[in-house]
Ligand binder design. Structure first.
Ligand code: CA
Ligand code: CA
Length: 469
């Protein structure tokens, strides 16, 4: 919803600047609903593709809601209605004084299934051959079937491990999309999984760590597939009642990140978290191939010099810096080795960091120093403003920290050390001494961040000879 409002706001702002749109008198007074009118007619393409025309005598911005999940702006617009039914079409007229709306119910007598022959419809519903629609379930056995992020497109904060939400009600849900009548059926098997901030939307809740399970009956709603500037969205609607997919966190719009026969990957905005949740779904009964696992290493014997060209540091459960082994770009006295790691962050993606996973728990009373060599190029566009400002700067620090990756909130018990790298354009050896934390024994993961945590900038660093001593 946030995305939509933002997009609409932008469009309106553009329209207000366009001289071509100001062909209707703008009295400065707000329009009234009786001044808002429109006509419509089927097009030659299909009786289910309707052209609408704004016939209002006031205002200069016309915004349409077609009652099928899609919207448009302009005085002459087209909308597709693949399925028969009654649709409430609303035109909103805006001028400098305000806005007013008027609606008409339009009736489509027949389906036009030629409008839903695209792969998106076929993969989501099974197409016109699937009289009972297609059942989807959360891909519970593979990592990443649920995740969250500040971004709608990339997982940055947290990613669920296999079966991590067992017992919450999430894995017993079945989501059916039927192309006929656009019917969405959410079979709950009695219990649904609800975000902790949305417990008041349900009765009969039971705590699940910071979240809830809630008793909830099966229900039916309608679904639509809406194409926006940034791709397709599934839009669910159930009148005044709730309709959702997966973990309940408020919204009825689901951005499709991937849709193929055996995978539906979506993200959705959680207004209370001000971030996005992700679900990967698979057809009910489909047995997915295991995903490649992130390699794990022996903590008591870990070192990495990147001299083995076959070394693969990943795949990672979240979006990490682009990492590759390359020839040492600047051999010097500190690091004359042949090959090193290249660590590149993308513009606009926050929280990129490299993990090292251990297959055993870390014992800081035995080994408690992390050493590594880094090379910070001077031509990164480092910022100068303070950490904790509006955006974290890209700066000349390197940080390493230990976490317990089995914890649901690993950051609450982490131990972290940060150092400023004093020289650029040369190799520098760093040592991080964790000997003050010999107590905790739950850590099983080390993170490395070069250039500061939480910045959004493109950056390039080099890394080599990581050792735990
Ligand atoms: Ca359930
Ligand atoms: Ca090396």
């Amino acid at each position: 919803m946030f995305n939509y409002k933002w997009a609409l706001g932008t469009l309106l702002a553009l329209a207000a600047c366009s001289p071509f749109e100001e062909n209707k008198p703008d009295t400065g007074l707000p329009p009234t609903p009786d001044q808002v009118s429109f006509s419509y007619a089927p097009t030659s393409r299909s009786t289910n593709v309707i052209e609408f025309e704004n016939t209002s005598e006031v205002g200069f911005t016309a915004v349409w809601d077609f009652g099928n999940g899609s919207t448009a702006q302009g005085d002459k617009v087209e909308a597709e209605f693949p399925f028969k039914g009654d649709y409430k079409v609303t035109l909103t007229i805006m001028n400098n004084g305000g806005k007013a709306s008027n609606s008409q119910i339009i009736t489509l007598e027949q389906d036009d299934l030629s409008l839903v022959e695209s792969d998106e419809y076929k993969f989501l519903t099974g197409g016109v051959e699937a009289l009972n629609g297609k059942n989807w379930v959360v891909d519970k056995t593979r990592p990443g079937h649920m995740a969250n992020s500040e971004s709608a497109d990339k997982v940055e904060w947290w990613s669920a491990g296999p079966l991590e939400k067992e017992g919450t009600g999430l894995y017993t849900d079945v989501y059916n999309f039927n192309i006929f009548g656009s019917v969405y059926t959410h079979t709950t098997n009695g219990k649904v999984f609800v975000n902790g901030a949305y417990g008041d939307d349900f009765t009969n809740t039971e705590p699940q760590e910071d979240d809830y399970s809630a008793a909830y009956e099966d229900y039916q709603a309608t679904w639509g597939l809406v194409e926006k500037e940034d791709g397709y969205y599934i839009v669910l609607s159930n009148g005044a009642d709730k309709a959702w997919l997966g973990y309940y966190a408020g919204p009825t719009e689901y951005k499709i990140l991937n849709l193929e026969e055996n995978e539906l990957y979506v993200s959705f905005f959680d207004a209370k978290m001000n971030g996005y949740w992700f679900h990967r779904l698979i057809p009910e009964g489909y047995e997915p191939d295991p995903l490649p696992e992130t390699p794990e290493y022996d903590y008591s014997n870990f070192s990495q010099d990147f001299e083995n060209p076959d070394f693969e540091w990943g795949p990672f459960p979240m979006d990490m810096p682009n990492f590759e082994i390359i020839s040492n770009p600047a051999p010097d006295e500190v690091n004359s080795s042949g090959t090193v790691g290249k660590y590149v962050t993308d513009e606009g993606v926050q929280w990129q960091k490299l993990p090292i996973l251990f297959d055993n728990k870390v014992d800081l009373s035995v080994k408690n120093k992390v050493k590594m060599k880094v090379y910070f190029p001077l031509d990164n566009s480092y910022d100068n403003f303070e950490v904790g400002g509006e955006r974290n700067p890209l700066n000349t620090t390197a940080a390493v920290w230990f976490q317990n990756r089995e914890s649901g909130e690993p950051w609450t018990s982490e131990v972290k050390l940060t150092q400023t790298v004093e020289q650029g354009d040369q190799w520098v050896e760093l040592e991080f001494d964790f000997s003050q934390w010999v107590g905790p024994t739950e850590f099983d993961q080390l993170w490395i961040i070069l250039g500061n945590e939480g910045h959004f900038k493109a950056s390039t660093f080099y890394l080599d000879d990581i050792e735990i001593l």
